[in-house]
Design a protein around this ligand. Structure first.
Ligand SMILES: Cc1ncc(COP(=O)(O)O)c(C=O)c1O
Ligand SMILES: [Zn+2]
Length: 420
């Protein structure tokens, strides 16, 4: 494992971010392309010195993640020269789905509307600013699919080189999205966890001071991008934290940072300190966090993934233990659904709300349904469920049920025969 370094230069501009701090022992380091604590090998995250931040300031910002720049590790003037403009995706009031499930108030945060059709554009946008700060010319990542497309697209926009790594057996939609923007796409014969381990080796051996691996040596910066999902949900609800939220879990980074964002908003006095429950959602075929939660364990036992929810197929999730802590602390939970339940949930969301989710969205909606049916979600509490990706990238999940109702000659009789 590459160790944290303390090298940095005074010309870096990370806005309100002041240091890297170890999530385990609290040791602090100067801002640099580091991700693990020298003292205890714990993960590093960004520490801030927020100035005064007001709702008015935020609401006057652009309709993208840069409206929250004063809460992110990015230069203060980032909005005037943005690398990409993800975020401010729609929060859909899902009355039809709520009625079908028996919930009083439900919203879908639909992140399929981002530039490359997943929430990964948020995290990559922050990582690009870090790569620029550190003078990296190549942007890289280990990816379950969506991240690879977000990285190659952002690299194309910002004039960086891209070289991204994926498991070779991903869905065609993910492969097309990752290759169409140019750059190098390397398929690895193995699982995501093999890809990730290989990238860590590359960093340790030769590339760590040359390439920005957004989710490895730039991970502390990258991860902060997920906070913007929480900021947006709160602002779009009229500056309220939802009482219950269902979030997909692959590495667990997104869920961890949504919790961090709620806590920041409370600490800054931007929102009332109301209780919230966080629920993690996994596919049964890759459910190491859900299994540990159900068994009452603190340690995650890695698994070999086997599920159609390939974007969530991380068998050894880096932030898994933190997901367990958050689920338990907030009174939420972690649950999983089978592949047929994922497909059913994709159809349910499409049929009720007109939203076509990728398999990760099938996982969250399927888990939401399971939580309601088992009485673990309060039907009267304000609930938000995330859809983090676009169904067009995982067509295979539903294509065997997709066909014309009928194929007919263009005649009135033929039409009447099939549409009674
Ligand atoms: C569509 C989608 N949703 C959710 C996630 C989960 O992200 P995390 O690794 O932050 O848990 C991923 C990760 O690749 C993803 O592609
Ligand atoms: Zn430490």
């Amino acid at each position: 494992m590459a160790l944290a370094t303390t090298t940095t230069s005074t010309s870096l501009d990370f806005g309100p971010a002041v240091a890297l701090s170890c999530r385990e022992c609290g040791a602090r380091y100067e801002l640099g392309p580091s991700f693990a604590c020298i003292e205890c090998f714990g993960p590093l995250e960004i520490a801030y010195d927020f100035g005064r931040v007001t709702r008015e300031q935020i609401s006057q910002g652009p309709a993208n993640i840069w409206r929250y720049r004063s809460l992110l590790p990015v230069p203060v003037d980032v909005a005037s020269k943005p690398n990409t403009e993800p975020g401010w995706t729609r929060l859909v009031k899902a009355g039809n789905l709520a009625r079908e499930l028996g919930l009083r108030s439900l919203h879908v945060k639909d992140d399929s509307g981002n530039p490359t059709h997943s929430f990964k554009d948020r995290v990559v946008a922050i990582a690009v600013e870090a790569a620029r700060n550190f003078g990296f010319h190549t942007l890289s990542c280990s990816s379950t699919g969506n991240l690879a497309g977000a990285v190659t697209s952002a690299a194309a926009r910002t004039g960086l080189d891209a070289c991204v790594f994926i498991p070779a057996d991903l869905e065609q939609g993910k492969i097309v999205m990752a290759s169409v923007y140019g750059g190098k796409l390397i398929g690895i014969d193995g699982t995501y966890d093999d890809v990730n381990r290989f990238c860590s080796e590359l960093i340790g051996d030769e590339l760590g001071d040359k390439w920005g691996f957004v989710n490895v040596n730039l991970r502390p910066y990258y991860a902060e991008g997920s906070k913007t999902l929480a900021y947006e949900i709160v602002e779009q609800l009229g500056w309220r934290i939802p009482e219950q939220i269902v979030i997909p879990v692959a590495s667990g980074s997104q869920l961890t940072k949504i919790d961090k964002a709620f806590k920041e908003l409370i600490a800054l006095g931007l929102v009332e300190d109301t209780p919230y429950k966080i629920f993690g959602a996994q596919a049964e075929g890759c459910s190491p966090v859900s299994a540990a939660y159900k068994a009452g364990h603190d340690v995650i036992r890695p698994v070999k993934p086997d599920t159609i929810a390939k974007s969530l197929a991380i068998g050894n999730p880096a932030d898994g233990p933190y997901v367990l802590d958050i689920a338990r602390r907030t009174g939420g939970g972690v649950e999983d659904v089978t592949d047929p339940e994922i497909v059913e949930a994709i159809h349910l969301l499409a049929r009720t709300e007109g939203i076509f989710a990728e398999t990760a969205g099938g996982v969250t909606v399927g888990v939401l349904r399971k939580l309601v049916e088992s009485g673990r979600i309060d039907p009267d509490a304000e609930t938000v469920v995330l859809n983090t990706g676009d169904g067009l990238k995982t067509l295979d999940a539903v294509s065997d049920q997709a066909r014309p109702t009928a194929v007919i000659r263009p005649s009135l009789d033929a039409f009447r025969a099939v549409v009674a």
